[in-house]
Ligand binder design. Structure first.
Ligand code: MRU
Length: 360
C-alpha cells in the first residue's frame, strides 16, 4: 500500500502549490489567510475537506476537483484504519463522496473528479487495501493531469498574446485554483516567459477579493509584475486603449460554450465586446459539461450575505437592507472569442469545436 505521496509534482514550475497529499493528510495553503499570512493546514478527514471547500480555504474549479479526490482518499484511509469489511469500506467511502459533492454546486470539476473516484470504488478487488491503493493512485493522477493540462493551455494561450500586450484577468484562475500553474494565469505565465513586457491587470473581484488577495500574491511570488485595479475600472482602461485581451478561467462550460465563472465575468465580457477587445476563457476539458446544452442550466451558488454586507468584519451598508449574493454569472458564448483547452483552442461555433476537441 502506498501511503506516501511525494509532495512535489513532476515538472513543478511555479512556487505556488494549493494542496498536496501526504502520509499524514492533505497539506493545504489557507486561501482565506492569504496574502497577509502564508499558512499551511493539514486536512486529515473527508469531513474536514468538505468544510475546507465550503469555507473556501481551497477554491477554484480544478483545485476543488482535486480536493474532492484527495478528500475521498482521506475517507478511504479512515475507513481502512477502522478495519471495515470490503462492503462496508465501499459504503462508508461512498457516503463521504456524497457529502463532498454537497459542498459547492457550480464548478463541475468537483463532480467530474468525484465520479472518477466512484468508478474506482466500483472496481472488482479483493481487499480494502487494494481499493485504497487504487483511489490514491487515481487522485494523484487527477492532480498530475490537471498540472499537465494547465501547462498545455499556457502554451496554446501564449500564442494568442500580442507583444507587450495589456491583459486583464478576473478572480483567481492561477496555481492557487488548480493543480499548479493555472488556467488563465497559466496563459499569463507562459506569455510572460516569452515576453516580459506584457502588462497584467488583476481586478479586485468583489466580494471575496480573489483578484486582489490571491492573483496579485501568486504572480508576485513568481516574479510577474501585476497592477491591481478595482472591478469598475476595466471600461476606462479599455477606452484608453491599454488593454489588448482579457483572459479568465471557468467553473462550468456548457456544450454551446456558455461559461459560468466568478461573478463579474459577464460584465467584463460585455465591456470587452463593446471595445473590440478579445475575451478568452482558459479551462481544461474537465470544466466542460456536455450534459448541459446552455448556461441557463448551470446551478449558480448563492453565498452568505456577510460576504457583501461586511468588510474586515465591519458592516458597510445600512442595517435592514436586503441582499443578493450569487457567486458566479454566465457569459453567453457569443461574447467569447476562444476557449483555450489542453487540446487546443475552440472557436465559435462551440457546439462543433468543443465536440471536436473531445474527439481529438
Ligand atoms: O469562488 P471561487 O474562488 O472558487 O471561484 C473561482 C473562479 O471563479 C475561477 O475563475 C474558476 O474556478 C476557474 S479556476 C482555474
Amino acid at each position: 500500500m502506498d501511503t506516501v505521496t511525494p509532495p512535489i509534482l513532476k515538472g513543478f514550475s511555479s512556487k505556488v502549490q494549493a494542496l498536496t497529499l501526504h502520509a499524514d493528510g492533505v497539506k493545504l495553503l489557507d486561501q482565506v489567510a492569504l496574502p497577509n499570512e502564508v499558512r499551511y493546514l493539514t486536512i486529515r478527514t473527508a469531513g474536514e475537506m468538505a468544510n475546507a471547500i465550503v469555507t473556501m480555504l481551497v477554491r477554484g474549479a480544478p483545485a476543488i476537483g482535486i480536493a474532492g479526490a484527495y478528500g475521498t482518499v482521506l475517507s478511504a484511509r479512515e475507513a481502512f484504519a477502522s478495519d471495515l469489511c470490503l462492503e462496508d469500506f465501499r459504503k462508508t467511502v461512498l457516503a463521504d463522496v456524497e457529502a463532498l459533492s454537497q459542498t459547492r454546486p457550480t464548478a463541475v470539476n468537483l463532480f467530474w473528479a468525484l465520479d472518477e473516484m466512484k468508478k474506482i470504488l466500483g472496481e472488482p478487488v479483493e481487499s480494502a487495501a487494494q481499493l485504497l491503493d487504487l483511489l490514491t493512485e487515481k487522485a494523484r493522477q487527477i492532480h498530475q493531469e490537471d498540472w499537465d493540462a494547465c501547462h498545455r493551455m499556457g502554451d496554446f494561450g501564449a500564442a494568442l498574446v500580442p507583444q507587450g500586450a495589456g491583459i486583464i484577468t478576473h478572480c483567481n484562475a492561477g496555481a492557487l485554483a488548480t493543480g499548479g500553474y493555472g488556467t488563465a494565469l497559466g496563459v499569463i505565465r507562459s506569455a510572460f516567459a516569452n515576453d516580459a513586457s506584457i502588462r497584467v491587470y488583476a481586478d479586485e473581484t468583489r466580494p471575496r477579493l480573489q483578484g486582489a488577495r490571491l492573483t496579485t500574491w501568486e504572480l508576485l511570488e513568481d516574479g510577474i509584475p501585476v497592477t491591481l485595479i478595482s472591478d469598475n475600472m476595466s471600461g476606462s482602461l479599455m477606452r484608453a486603449g491599454k488593454i489588448d485581451m482579457v483572459v479568465v478561467g471557468a467553473d462550468r462550460i456548457t456544450a454551446n460554450g456558455d461559461t459560468a465563472n466568478k461573478i463579474g465575468t459577464y460584465n467584463l465580457a460585455l465591456i470587452a465586446h463593446a471595445h473590440g477587445v478579445p475575451f478568452y476563457v482558459a479551462a481544461p476539458l474537465s470544466t466542460i459539461d456536455r450534459s448541459m446544452r446552455s448556461g441557463d442550466e448551470i446551478p449558480i451558488e448563492e453565498r452568505d450575505a456577510t460576504e457583501i454586507s461586511t468588510m474586515n468584519g465591519e458592516l458597510i451598508c445600512a442595517q435592514g437592507v436586503q441582499f443578493y449574493n450569487p457567486a458566479f454569472d454566465v457569459t453567453p458564448a457569443k461574447y467569447i472569442s476562444g476557449i483555450i483547452t489542453e487540446k487546443g483552442i475552440a472557436r465559435p461555433d462551440y457546439l462543433k469545436s468543443l465536440a471536436q476537441l473531445f474527439e481529438a
